[in-house]
Structures are given as C-alpha cells and as structure tokens.
Design a protein around this ligand. Sequence first.
Ligand code: UFG
Length: 330
Amino acid sequence: MNVLVVGGAGYIGSHCVRQLQLAGHRPVVLDSLVFGHRAAVAPDVPFFDAELGDEEAVGAILQSESIDVVMHFAAFAYVGESVSDPLKYYFNNSVATLHLLRAMLKQNVKKFVFSSTCATYGVPQDLPIVESTPQAPINPYGQTKLDVENALKATAHAHGLSFAAFRYFNAAGAAEDGSIGEDHNPETHLIPLVIDAATGKRPNIQIFGTDYPTPDGTCLRDYVHVDDLSRAHIAVFDKLEEPGAAHFLNLGTGTPTSVREVISTVEKVTGKKVPVVESPRRDGDPPALYANAAKAKTELGWQVQYPDIESTVRTAWKWHSAHPNGYADR
Ligand code: UFG
C-alpha cells in the first residue's frame, strides 16, 4: 500500500513509518515540523513539509504519490494547553482534520486510520475501559478527538469512507534498535521525565498526587509500546477494504501501572536512584485509565510484543541514554 502518514515525523508517526517499511508498504510523510523531527524520518522516505489543512497541497500529494490509505497522527496533545487555549486545539485537531478528509474525498481516497485517545472517555465509571464505555471528555483535547470520531462516522455513512479510529492509552517506549524515540518540547510525559530525573538532567520527578484511591495512592495508566500501536495500524488494512467500514478500537496492554511502579522500573532498568518529590494532584488527571483491548485482539489478531512495563522502559532507556538531547544528538 502507498500510505500517506500525516504527522510522520512525530513520535508515534515516525515509529509507524518504520513499521510500514518493515511490512513492505510504501510510506510517504507529510509533516509541518511544528513538533516533528526531520531526523526521525529515514532519507529514503518521500517527505513533504506541508500543512495537513492545506487541501490543495494534500490533494496534489495524494495524486502524485498514488496514495491508497491516509494515517493521521498530527495533533496537538497537551491536555493542559487545550484547556487554556481551546481554539488552538479546535482549529488544529478538528478543523484541519476536516480539510484533510475533504481533500481525500476529492481525490477519491477513502481509507483512513485516525489516532484517537482514551481521553475521549473522560473519567470512566467502570474499568477496564471497553469501546462501549460512555465517551465524556473532560478537556478540549479529548473533545476534539471525539468530534473527529463523530465526523468520521458520518462521512463513512455518507461517502463510503472506511476508517479505523484507534483510542490509544499511554504511548511509550522507543524503537528496539534505539534509533528513533520520544522527543517532545516541552516534555510532559511520565517515562521520559523519570528517565531525566534518573540521569540528573532534571533534579527530581514530581509525583502528581499520592492520595488517589489506588493501591499505592498514585495514578494508574496503561503504557502501551509505540511499535505495538504501529502494528495495529497495519493490521487493520484488510478491514478497510469494505466501503463504509467504521472501526473504533482501544489500544492498550490491559495492565494498569502506577506512577510509583514506573519510577521503580526506571530505577531497575537504569541502575540509578530517582529523586522523588511528592506533589499535589495535577488538574484533570483521572485516577485510573486502562484498557480492555480484547476487541483489537479479536478483530485484528493484535498481540502486544511489549506486555510489561519493564520491556517498554528498556526501549525508552536505550533511546534516551544514547540521545540525552533527543534528535539534537543525531
Ligand atoms: N505524572 C507525574 N509526574 C509528572 C508527569 C506525570 O506524576 O511529572 C503522572 C500523571 O499525573 C499521570 C501519569 O503520570 O498520572 C501519566 O502522565 P502522562 O502525562 O505521561 O500521561 P497522561 O496519562 O496524562 O496522558 C496520556 C496521553 C495524553 C492523553 C491522556 C489521556 O499522553 O495524550 O493520556 O488522559 F490525552
């Protein structure tokens, strides 16, 4: 398949590009490089520095590269910022995606894979989260992703678009060979921050909340390896052959891991002590989010290759220890 990877220079997108190549597909990357890294994409992959909302530019690429499937990873994903600057999120995550979809329909490209999120569930009543768990986002970030899910459903019905919307839990880890990995600026995610605290790049890690109703008082999350996420995107291709197919699938390991468990795993993997500061809760953090990913297993035959936090943290450590300054070290 010729696959346009929108946001292919970002964290998850760049890993998916690699997996597409390994599976024998032909990725083409579109990325505005606002957050993406040119060095995260191999030089042999066609690369277009363009805006996903630019229908003319996207249309030209869809045509010239004979694109069969579009994967869309490009979104702003800072929950706190989405609360303080909601229009930035509505324009970039929702409106720009609608332009991308319209450019696709104009070129008769009707297969789409979308990066959605467990943030669409808000604070779930029941755990683990299944796809039918009510979606009630508690911030604009989650709302913009849910808005796109709804637009996709309607577009599938009206125009025969076939799509998969993957609801990611906490994407984590890095390529097994340590060549690409996570490099956000600013970084807000737990695992890279804990690694920085272990190496002394940061003075400590703040634990946001130690009084949650969880076994050790810290939040539970479901850390799923970025290459496992990527493989699901490829496994769904067969399902997109049917016009109008609509798939909503959770992608997680199903195993909850606490903040304290992440810290002790980083200490074990790095062999270094992590200085910890117990801090107040961070606004908007649900106490526990973890997936029931049985649907992806049944429908796609998806099996995670990194089922435990230690194997995921090992890959993150390989990347961060070789590239303490991220892509600036490449
Ligand atoms: N945490 C800390 N200290 C830190 C950073 C994080 O204790 O310095 C805690 C958080 O409170 C949370 C856990 O570590 O309990 C994980 O936090 P992350 O910021 O790494 O990830 P989130 O669970 O907040 O966010 C993830 C995705 C988002 C998505 C969100 C849905 O990264 O894109 O899940 O809730 F929106």
